[in-house]
Design a protein around this ligand. Sequence first.
Ligand SMILES: Cc1cc2nc3c(=O)[nH]c(=O)nc-3n(C[C@H](O)[C@H](O)[C@H](O)COP(=O)(O)OP(=O)(O)OC[C@H]3O[C@@H](n4cnc5c(N)ncnc54)[C@H](O)[C@@H]3O)c2cc1C
Length: 479
Amino acid sequence: MEFPLAETIYDVAIIGGGPAGYTAAIRGAEYGLKVALIETAPKLGGTCLHVGCIPTKALLFNAEIWDHLNHAAEFGIGGIGTPTLDWAAVLKRKNAIIAKHVKGLEFLMKKNKVAVIAGYGRLTGAAKDGVHTVEVTAAGEGGAVSQVQAKNVVLATGSVAKMLPGLTADDRILTNIEILAMEQVPKSLIVIGAGAVGMEFTSLFRTFGSEVTLVEFLPRVVPVEDEEISKELTRLFKKRGIDVNTGARVEKVEKTETGVKVTFTDANGKTQVKEAEKVLVAVGRAGRTENIGLEKTRVEVERGLVKVNEAQETAEPGVFAIGDIVAGLPQLAHVGAMSGIVAVTKIAGRKFRPVRRDRIPGCTYTEPQIGSVGLTEAQAKEKGYEVKVGKFPFAGNAKATILGNHDGFVKIVSDAKYGEILGVHILGPQATELVAEAVAVLELEGTVEEMMFTIHAHPTLAESLLDAYGAVEGMAINA
Ligand SMILES: Cc1cc2nc3c(=O)[nH]c(=O)nc-3n(C[C@H](O)[C@H](O)[C@H](O)COP(=O)(O)OP(=O)(O)OC[C@H]3O[C@@H](n4cnc5c(N)ncnc54)[C@H](O)[C@@H]3O)c2cc1C
């Protein structure tokens, strides 16, 4: 990392080097802007690379292999005995993946001539003569303070895990950070929160043999998904021996001599007490909007998140916000990255397309996976559409049979009048990959009829989409 010359005036200074910030930096440089990227952590990559998307998906891939090995006989493979899990080696591989991508980011910053500045960035107020000043404090006690000047500032400081009141994370009360560094797979785990993060850790540790209890306040798991997805995933989780408790209010989390004890009121109003080695608190993420100098600006903050317009610009001219700190958008790496692209495209004076909430794929990497985009059936009805639904089960898909994985379905939500596809909801094998087709279909305003005549290769899981489009007209081939 380098310190810039004081007289350099950047076109844009980005505070935070997670997926939102580093993507904005690269695209900004590609537009020919002079870019500074300020990062307080020792390495670029943010939550996503170090304690989020990448490490969790690395471990979930281990879980998939583990599951296959435990069912090797079904595939005619014998002689491998009882597989054993070397957790230290699993973590080592995960860390190597992270390290490789940190290097990749460092390379990309150099290649694009982005000035990476080490330190903690704070806005100092409104721009003076069209130039903003960001104060940067170097790491460590009494860290040197320098100033970065830029015509535009992009806030990309990300988010942190929310904790339940009165609790502090440690080696038994975990957030996403501690759970990814555990030295062993816990024998038992209570997961509080059934959003994507809670669901993925539940699925992961259940595969590795932990007894898992899931406690969710809302009436259903993955509450942002179509109701049928929540219902079927709950059934499949229960089948896997996961103790799923929805509509449950956590009353107390206490430490015992050997682990933790969680008291909650269940959906029937009864008090339940569960004990486990560890508890994961996965109840959402708070935007890192404190202590970055917002109070000295006109930037508006709503419940800890920054309000922006469709160009990602805040109420303070020349100050943009992207990624997890933005109000009104889901906290996902790809949303962060695209919001960063939008911001720097606007700064570069080019034409941009705003991030549309109904075009954002949502992926949950559980077993089975969820991939969805667009309106749920309930949302489409609420918006006044006359809704036509098509549903196709993976049980009718040949590739799913080959993979030995028949769980789940594809559900298409369409508008009866014009046949426009409004939402696609997939629960099943490779759903997180399959959803890419659906995102493109929605982006191009595709209709059921167009997609019914779109050739899908055989045998593929993607053919289940073709059958689901057909199912809207009651004409699936394989069901
Ligand atoms: C367990 C888990 C799994 C996840 N899995 C997925 C997934 O599979 N797919 C997906 O799309 N999303 C996933 N997410 C969400 C994803 O990680 C976030 O949406 C994404 O990291 C947000 O990117 P960001 O750049 O806005 O913020 P962050 O990634 O949080 O990065 C912010 C960066 O800013 C730096 N910073 C903060 N304040 C300052 C400051 N004042 N000065 C300088 N630097 C600062 C931080 O050190 C950090 O590097 C997951 C999250 C978790 C917790």
